[in-house]
Structures are given as C-alpha cells and as structure tokens.
Design a protein around this ligand. Structure first.
Ligand code: SAH
Ligand code: SF4
Ligand code: F3S
Length: 464
C-alpha cells in the first residue's frame, strides 16, 4: 500500500448539514476547518459518514422540526454503519442545540453529542470524549495539545471568491417574537485586528468579496487595533473603511442590520466607500406602529421610512431588502394594510416574509389574540405577491444598463458564467472560464424575478 492509499483509507468521513442563517453557514465552515486537520474528509451525503453534524436553526417552528425528521432519516444509516463494524457519531449543533439540548437527547437517542453555537470550537475534545465513553481509543493521529493548536489556526478553507466573515454575534434587542437573544446570547463584537487578519488571509486565497455577518451586524463595536487605542472601539463603518484598504478585496457587504443601529457614519459610508456595495438588508417586520411596539422593535414606521430616505440621498441607487412577519399577535387587517403601504412606499429589490411562528419562551408566545393560521396564510400571499412584483420590477429596470459583475462560477449551460451584480442580483452571461474570480462589465439584456441575462462588454474596465 502506498502512503497515499494509507492516508485515504484512514481518513474519516464528515457530513455537515446547515440550516438557518448565514451565521450558521459560517459556523459550519469553521467546524469543517477544525475537523479536517484531525483527519476528517468532507462528504456530500450522510451515508457511511463517521461524523454527522446537523447545524440547526430555531427561528421558526418549522425550522426546528426539520431537525427531528433529519434525525429520523439518520437512524437507519447509523445502524447500517454499525452493522458494517463502524461508528457514526451524530452531533446536533447550532440554535436548536442551544435551545433544546436536553430534549433532543431525550427525543432522539440517535444523537451522541449536542453542542451550542458558542462552544463548537470544543468539538474535537467533545468528540474524543464520546469515543472514549464508548470505550474506543482516543484520536491517535494527534496529541491533544496539537489539536488545540489546530483550533487556534486562523486558516480558513474557502471555495469561490465570495466569503462570509462573522464580526458580531448575539443580540440584545429582544424583539418579542424572536429566539435569537436566547440561542445566541448577548451581543459580542470580535476585535478589529482579528477580523482584519482573517480578511487578509481570505484575500491571499483569492477572495474578492466579503460579507460581514452578525445577527445585529450594524451594532458592531469591536476593540480597535493596536496603535489606534485612542479610538477605543470601532463601529461598523470604521471597520468597513479599514477592510476596504486590503488589496484584492473589491466588494464589501454586511448583514443583518437593525434600523436603530444605522448611525450617521454608516449611512455616509454608502455614499463614500466605493467598495461598499449599494445593497442593504434592513428588516422592518411590519408597517403598523401598534404592532412594531408590541414587537419591541423600538422605532416607528415613519422613522424607518425617513431612514430609507437618508440612505437614498447619499446613495440613490441603493437596493433594499427586508424581512416581514405577518400575523403577529393582535395584527388586524388595518395593521396589515399599513405593512402593505410601507412596502409600496419603500420599494424593495428583494425580501423575505414569514407567517408569525409562536416560539416558546418569547414574550410573543404569551400574548393574547394569536392570529388564525388561515388569516396569516392569506395575508402572506398578498404581501408576497406585492414583494414579488417589486423584485421583478427592480430586475426589469436593469435591462439596457451596464453593470460590473463578479463572476463566481460556470453557469448551467455550456459556455455560460454565473455571477452577482452590485445589487446582489444573480447574473448569467456567456463568457470564458478565465473570467471566474474576476469583475467584468456586462450589458443587461433580460430580467426575470430571480436573475438577469447579460452579454459581456469586452475591453471595458470597471472599478467595482
Ligand atoms: N437579526 C436579524 C434577523 C434574525 S431572524 C434581524 O433582526 O433582522 C431572521 C428573520 O426571521 C427576522 O427578521 C424575522 O423576520 C423572522 N423571524 C424571527 N422570528 C420569527 C418568528 N417567531 N416567526 C416568524 N418569523 C420570525
Ligand atoms: Fe431577533 Fe430582533 Fe435580535 Fe433581530 S434584532 S435577532 S429579530 S431579537
Ligand atoms: Fe436560525 Fe440561529 Fe440563525 S435561530 S436564523 S440559525 S441565529
């Protein structure tokens, strides 16, 4: 047997399934980065895997329930693996793990390990403990200390040219419908120097676009880097300006923001910082002041609209995106009409909308006047029809325009490339593979609800 063969036969298969928001996507990438140096090889199906991680989401009831059906599907796979003399370690990570850790193990004995979003850096140690408890040998390839060295390595494995970077975790806002403050804990901002080092390393691997992540990303307030102690803490705008100086990084985005944390500096940055893309996800949830108050959003519809106006003054072409909840307890037809009105006035390039889901432990769950499911479904359909037509209209307004596109992959058809416009629209275009990882100018020829069709403009340079 050659050395190479020995290595491949001893490598263990790792399967990670990710649910929920981009922060979970980022966490899953980091878990993979932790485990690969310990001999795990990422697999794209759970069949035969030695380690399965479900990185879960608790935001709505449906999201949380998905985990239990997935665990049901894993049961026979785990039994098969054992019948073949192997072991499958099933791990539940993420926000369901945080919220219902004990219940998961009671409801689903197939689960070996539960690990919350704040403790997944301890995965190697926890997995080793599961193995030891089963009477298996501890991981032998690495000494424990080396494992922890592996953990400290900031190196990330990235695929493609656009990467997520978590800069802020947790939330102190306590909107009355939301589990995030309970599953992700209090707000924490990573030091600016740590983020800068991570982004530099990404740029060195060819990444052109970064999306800064946080449940409340515009509340970012991180320790200033050494040499700039006088500034104390940096806000998000300061961080963006700093990251924009890193060579190779041409596009910066951030998500998700709360309207109350859109400070002057951040608004101004949209007008000044060329690398900051003209796209903002700024959820409002509802258009009725009465409902906004009950949701504990701490702003009115008029304050939101005024904020949008200020953003459009500094960056007239900014594309807006939002989140909406229909059927919050007490929502009446007149409240819902106020949401439709706000949507009409704002004009969204894209949006996510949901039926209210009653989450145990949140203040909303205890409120009277829960809205009937059929009423919610009907309101959601009306809201989505409006949002869809706005999205279609926004895309159609691009036809005939010239746009810089960051090409990220080959398209579905031969000779086609796929990329993103500055406004985060998917763009398809015929072009050579060499353009993947590059930003090139296109002319938009067609638009559908979900994508733009375009042709390459040869020889035209573009800055962003
Ligand atoms: N931190 C972000 C979003 C967190 S969750 C923010 O504050 O905007 C993403 C979206 O899920 C929310 O914006 C909200 O629209 C939706 N959501 C959260 N809790 C929900 C619930 N209980 N029922 C329905 N939708 C919910
Ligand atoms: Fe949830 Fe509100 Fe915090 Fe967003 S701001 S994560 S909706 S509590
Ligand atoms: Fe879901 Fe947790 Fe994100 S609840 S939306 S995975 S923060």
């Amino acid at each position: 047997m050659t050395a190479k063969q020995t290595e491949t036969t001893t490598r263990k298969r790792l399967f990670i399934r990710t649910y929920g928001c981009q922060m979970n996507v980022y966490d899953s990438e980091r878990m993979r980065d932790l485990l690969v140096p310990l001999g795990y090889e990422p697999a794209d199906a759970p069949d035969g895997a030695d380690l399965v991680i479900l990185n879960t989401c608790h935001i709505r009831e449906k999201a949380a329930e998905k985990v239990y059906s997935e665990l049901g599907r894993l049961k026979p796979l785990k039994a098969e693996k054992e019948a073949a003399g192997g072991r499958m370690t099933v791990t539940v990570a993420g926000c369901v793990a945080q919220a219902e850790g004990a219940e998961i193990q009671r409801r689903a004995p197939v689960v070996d390990l539960v690990v919350g979003p704040q403790t997944y850096h301890r995965l190697p140690e926890l997995i080793a403990r599961v193995h030891r408890d089963r009477g298996e040998a501890l991981e032998t390839e690495f000494e424990v200390e080396e494992k922890f060295d592996a953990l400290a390595v900031p190196k990330r494995h990235v695929e493609g040219y656009s990467a997520f970077v978590t800069v802020q975790e947790g939330c102190d806002k306590f909107c009355s419908f939301c589990v995030v403050p309970y599953t992700r804990g209090a707000e924490y901002s990573r030091p600016a120097a740590q983020i800068t080092a991570e982004v530099r390393a990404l740029a060195a691997q060819g990444v052109r676009e970064i999306t800064l992540l946080g449940q409340n990303v515009n509340a970012y307030s991180g320790e200033a880097p050494a040499g700039d102690e006088a500034s104390g803490r940096w806000g998000l705008a300061r961080l963006i300006r700093h990251l924009a100086m890193i060579g190779g990084i041409d596009r910066i985005r951030f998500t998700t923001s709360h309207p109350n944390d859109m400070d002057d500096d951040l608004i101004t940055a949209f007008g000044e910082e060329e690398k900051l893309m003209p796209y903002l996800h700024l959820p409002v949830q509802a258009g009725s002041d009465r409902i906004l108050k009950a949701m504990n959003r701490k702003h009115t519809a008029a304050e939101y609209t005024a904020l949008i106006e200020r953003l459009r003054t500094v960056r007239p072409d900014i594309a807006l995106s939002g989140d909406f909840i229909v059927g919050f307890p007490g929502e009446q037809e007149s409240d819902f009409a106020a949401t439709l009105k706000l949507v009409e006035e704002t004009g969204y390039a894209s949006a996510f909308s949901f039926k209210y889901s009653r989450r145990p432990g949140t203040p909303g769950a205890a409120m009277g006047a829960q809205v009937d499911e059929a009423v919610m479904a009907e309101r959601l359909a009306r809201l989505q029809a409006l949002l869809d037509s706005q999205q279609q209209g926004f895309n159609a307004s691009m036809v005939g325009k010239r746009l810089p596109v960051l090409f990220e992959r080959e398209g579905r058809n031969a000779g086609q490339l796929g990329g993103r416009s500055p406004y985060l629209q998917a763009v398809h275009c015929d072009g050579p593979k060499e353009l993947i990882g590059q930003i090139a100018m296109v002319e938009v020829l067609s638009a559908s609800k979900n994508a733009l069709g375009a042709r390459l403009l040869r020889g035209e340079s573009c800055a962003a």
